[in-house]
Design a protein around this ligand. Structure first.
Ligand code: NOJ
Length: 471
């Protein structure tokens, strides 16, 4: 495979999904602390109150990373662990929680001591509940709250941390305002477009705050997600159809797929979110399609949003084959999604397995935005069990990942500038509204004893990393 010696091999996690210690050491509640307590919000009725108890077991988890041989570990900061908020005379005031900073300082030091580079995500969905009470992502002021938070992070950590992701998966933050993630609101499309604009502004402000307060050269980008489409065949027609699909910003409101003519924002469109960041403007067609539903764009907004970033990160799990020609019932834009055949390979979460998502999609992103790209997440949920021999034999995950690597390697060969890969995830963890039912880890977690058992895929990944270094 085509990964050079300097390729970054890593693993990713996020605060709410693994830390636990929900009410300890001065942490204030997040929207996920609130949301998980609502009846029926989480499929198995659980929460991240304890999760993997990483807050108390981080040293053991760093040893797992060390033995795996990764050079980098992507984790997120719990914003409400670091800053708590009150409102005085209509002005929101943040107070730093030193204990929270102490935890991440210790984690960073422990990682560095073990030869692992910390890569930080500032926002992986656990918004302080107090900020949601003031409107959360619907309130434009969030760009200023984001700035102050990021400034504090840079002041404290940028002496040792050089890579920062601002917001993880803006489309999934939006899901909280479509109803099925925290805070569980159901907003209009006009609100959705405003929320996206506020997220883009906050991304820009975090970027500015990080750079303004950095003690060293740092690299900043957001971690976006979407479907990684690919041409259904090798024909030129299907390739052109794939490009058209990538440029479609309308979507099926009930699914993540693009859908020309729907009049609805494709919640995880690539170009609707990333063109503003890299080109300083929304795609022209957005104004034609969404008309007066487009957000108010104030003077200077697009400059803030397009403050230069050094990198672009992408979380990728699946995509759809795209072919030329139209599909019945959909506006004819010269392309269509080819339905999967019955019995298509799927993961435990029932997501289709589509290795080709690692190929054309990354080339497209790389060509369009001309920034180094990192796969900030990729992996699969599997029905993993610890067998009678005390081991966890997850051959599906090995198969999945090796197929995805092969296609990623082809993408790189064809010119995609992908510089690193972070497997999702190091540990089985709290999979949001699915609770603990989906296991994404390279390491199995028994949630009763909190015992960690590295799976077969952990040892396989270890070999891949070692081989690629010794090339
Ligand atoms: C994306 C999210 O960033 C992460 O939190 C989640 O667990 C994985 N995908 C798997 O769904």
């Amino acid at each position: 495979m085509n990964f050079n010696k300097n390729f970054i091999w890593g693993c990713a996690t996020s605060s709410y999904q693994i830390e636990g210690a929900a009410n300890e050491d001065g942490k204030s509640p997040s929207i996920w602390d609130t949301f998980t307590k609502q009846p029926f919000a989480i499929h198995d009725g659980t929460s991240g109150d304890v999760a993997c108890d990483h807050y108390h077991r981080y040293k053991e988890d760093v040893q797992l990373l060390k033995n795996l041989g990764v050079n980098a570990y992507r984790f997120s900061l719990s914003w409400p662990r670091l800053i708590s908020y009150t409102c005085e005379k209509g002005v929101i005031k943040g107070t730093v929680n030193e204990k929270g900073f102490e935890f991440y300082n210790n984690l960073i030091d422990e990682l560095l001591k073990n030869g692992i580079e910390p890569w930080i995500t500032l926002y992986h969905w656990d918004l302080p509940q107090a900020l949601e009470d003031y409107g959360g992502w619907r309130n434009r002021d969030i760009m200023n709250w984001s700035y102050d938070y990021a400034a504090e992070v840079a002041k404290r950590f940028s002496d040792r941390v050089t890579h920062f992701f601002t917001i993880n998966e803006m489309p999934m933050v939006l899901a909280g305002y479509i109803g099925w993630a925290a805070p569980g609101l159901n907003c209009t499309q006009k609100d959705h477009l405003k929320i996206i604009h506020n997220m883009l502004l906050s991304h820009g402000m975090m970027n500015r705050a990080l750079h303004a307060n950095a003690k060293k050269d740092i690299q900043v980008g957001c971690a976006h997600n979407g479907l990684g489409h690919f041409p259904a065949t090798d024909s030129k027609e299907d390739y052109d159809a794939f490009v058209k699909a990538m440029n479609c910003i309308e979507g099926n409101p009930n699914a993540y797929a693009p859908m020309p003519g729907s009049g609805k924002i494709q919640m995880d469109s690539l170009i609707y979110y990333l063109d503003p960041i890299h080109f300083g403007k929304y795609p022209e067609q957005a104004f034609e399609i969404f008309k007066d539903q487009m957000p108010e764009i104030k003077e200077g907004d697009m400059e803030i949003i397009s403050t230069p970033t050094e990198i672009q990160a992408i979380n990728i799990y699946e995509g759809r084959p795209i072919a030329s020609g139209s599909a019945p019932g959909v506006k004819d834009d010269g392309w269509h999604i080819v339905p999967f055949k019955p019995g298509k390979d799927i993961t435990a979460a029932k997501w289709p397995i589509t290795p080709k998502s690692m190929n054309y999609y990354f080339k497209f992103i790389s060509d369009r935005y001309k920034k180094p790209v990192y796969v900030s997440e990729n992996g699969m949920s599997n029905a993993d069990i610890v067998s009678a021999d005390g081991k966890c034999h997850d051959s599906q995950r090995i198969d999945f990942t090796s197929k995805y690597f092969e296609e990623l390697s082809k993408g790189i060969e064809s010119g995609a500038d992908v510089r690193g890969y972070f497997h999702w995830s190091l540990l089985d963890n709290f999979e949001w509204h699915h609770g603990y039912n989906e296991r994404f880890g390279l390491v199995h977690v028994d949630y009763e004893t909190l015992k960690r058992t590295p799976k077969d895929s952990y040892y396989w990944y270890k070999e891949i990393i070692a081989e690629s270094r010794n090339k």
